[in-house]
Ligand binder design. Structure first.
Ligand code: UDX
Ligand code: ADP
Length: 463
């Protein structure tokens, strides 16, 4: 089957960039991205592509090229489903906040809603692709809904997990390490797999396109994220030991990373990993393991999360202890709020938890992040439900410039590794602060020696 029309449900961090790149690389395919959120679609259609709702280096140029040609953003979900041969599901699958599996299992209500909507609308056979990260065996649930509520048409369900990392989404999509497509090994399943392989083959060489059964594909996504997150928790565990013993975690990471069996990536000690995937996927893994009675397996992976939570708490504790055991009414400047550089996404960002701890200690937080809006920061804090909106707004002041945010502060905490932080006039910042002036570098990006020569008291992670 030659694919000419694709629909993607969900115009978020996964759906938006992925579809923009498919549209750019496949001008013969019409790609329509739909979302229930009208404002989000309006933003994607902003005549100035610099204003699209998701910040990713290189994305605005691709949208400018393909939008209106073969890339469309719309709220007409049913029409797009009806017209497409392939439907990608890229809706959010947050961790459940209620009921059974609360705080651990993925909330599949958005997925189920999509499946029901597809079943209602579809009048021809369709390929449905699960793109959102989902726990193993979700495809089965989608299939069951489609087969039992549909109009008698045939659906093929494929799992095609996304491996893009935010901040490098465009680069990862243009030049992926691999594309993974899971499907049924029936003749119809194989045809569906082939159809999707041919879409990617427009720009990815066939040797990088891996096909598997559905469950292997679903589990590979969780496994990849669990392994990556585990490396960060492992190096972060070492960072605490380094601080106690006088070793330097950057040196340790470099030394072990040169062992080709270990490799240099994902060994950067930090205030803790964030993002929409790692924590959620590991919790899913833990939940699945528990539901099969595999308690040791569950505990093993859960420890990765426990270590990450400890690392965030340890960072805020260190700030309090170093500032003579009290931060009450002291101004602490946060540089960065996003969970990593080059994205405006803040989901599970360490900054949120560190801010919450410090506000509990009655500190005043002033924040500067190049891409995150004030509203988003306040929503992030509000979501924790520690205190009222008014109290949060009082404790958190947001600046659109780092120099202003740092002025008259007692300490600076680096929460995101934005490149621009390394280019500042740190002498000028030092002069505007209360003394002694502290820097807590949660990303190990600043030059400790240079800051110390200016007069700062510098604290990195793991040294
Ligand atoms: C991750 C996976 O990398 C990607 O393949 C998957 O599809 C989605 O989840 P993402 O969450 O966008 O991507 O970012 P990633 O680069 O993996 O970083 C996650 C977190 O770990 C960030 O907070 C980052 O700052 C932190 N991190 C990363 C470290 O603290 N140290 C490191 O060495 C690497
Ligand atoms: P991700 O990082 O997985 O892309 P996001 O939260 O950025 O997650 O994006 C998911 C998008 O899916 C949101 O914009 C949300 O409005 C949209 N969405 C959720 N459920 C539906 C649905 N049933 N129909 C259309 N869009 C949906």
């Amino acid at each position: 089957m030659e694919i000419t029309k694709i629909c993607c449900i969900g115009a978020g961090y996964v759906g938006g960039p992925t579809m923009a790149v498919i549209a750019q690389k496949c001008p013969h395919i019409q790609v329509t991205v739909v979302d229930l959120n009208e404002q989000r679609i309006k933003d994607w259609n902003d005549p100035n592509t610099d204003n699209i709702p998701i910040y990713e280096p290189g994305l605005s140029e691709i949208v400018a090229e393909a939008r209106g040609r073969n890339l469309f953003f719309s709220t007409e979900v049913e029409k797009a489903i009806d017209e497409a041969q392939v439907i990608f599901i890229s809706v959010n699958t947050p961790t459940k906040t209620y009921g059974k599996g609360k705080g651990m299992a993925a909330d599949l209500k958005y997925i189920e809603l999509c499946a029901r909507q597809i079943a209602k609308v579809a009048k021809q056979n369709k390929i449905v692709v699960e793109k959102s990260t989902l726990p193993v065996r979700t495809a089965e649930a989608i299939k069951s809904i489609l087969d039992n509520t549909g109009n008698g048409v045939q659906f093929q369900i494929l799992s095609n997990p996304e491996f893009l990392a935010e901040g490098t989404a465009v680069k990862d999509l243009l030049n992926p390490d691999r594309i993974l497509i899971g499907g049924d090994s029936t003749p119809e399943g194989e045809l569906a797999i082939e159809a999707l392989v041919n879409v990617y083959a427009n720009w990815v060489t066939k040797d990088k396109i891996l096909t598997t059964n559905v469950w292997s594909s679903e589990l590979s996504k969780l496994t990849a994220n669990a392994f990556l997150a585990q490396r960060i928790s492992s190096i972060n565990a070492m960072s605490e030991l380094c601080e106690k013993t006088g070793a330097n975690v950057n040196e340790v990471a470099k030394a072990i990373g040169m062992d080709s069996r270990i490799g240099p990536k994902f060994l950067k000690a930090s205030v803790g990993f964030g993002g929409s995937c790692f924590q959620k996927d590991i919790l899913n893994l833990v939940y699945i393991a528990k539901s099969y009675g595999l308690n040791e397996v569950a505990d093993y992976w859960e420890q990765v999360i426990i270590m990450n939570d400890h690392q965030k708490r340890r960072f805020s504790n260190k700030i309090v202890q170093t500032l003579y055991n009290t931060v009450a009414d002291k101004k602490i400047a946060f540089l960065g709020w996003a969970f990593k550089k080059d994205t405006n996404d803040t989901r599970e960002s360490a900054a949120i938890y560190v801010a919450d701890d410090l506000i509990n200690e009655q500190a005043e937080i002033s924040v500067y992040d190049p891409k995150v809006s004030r509203n988003k920061m306040l929503c992030d804090l509000g979501y924790l439900e520690t205190r009222s909106e008014v109290e949060n707004a009082k404790a958190l002041t947001i600046f659109n410039n780092a120099y202003e945010a740092c002025k008259e502060s007692h300490a600076i905490a680096i929460l995101t590794e934005w490149d621009e932080f390394t280019t500042y006039d740190w002498q000028k910042i030092y002069e505007s602060m209360h003394k002694p002036a502290f820097v807590f570098d949660g990303r190990n990006i600043l030059n400790a020696k240079e800051l110390e020569s200016i007069g700062f008291i510098y604290n990195g992670i793991g040294s």
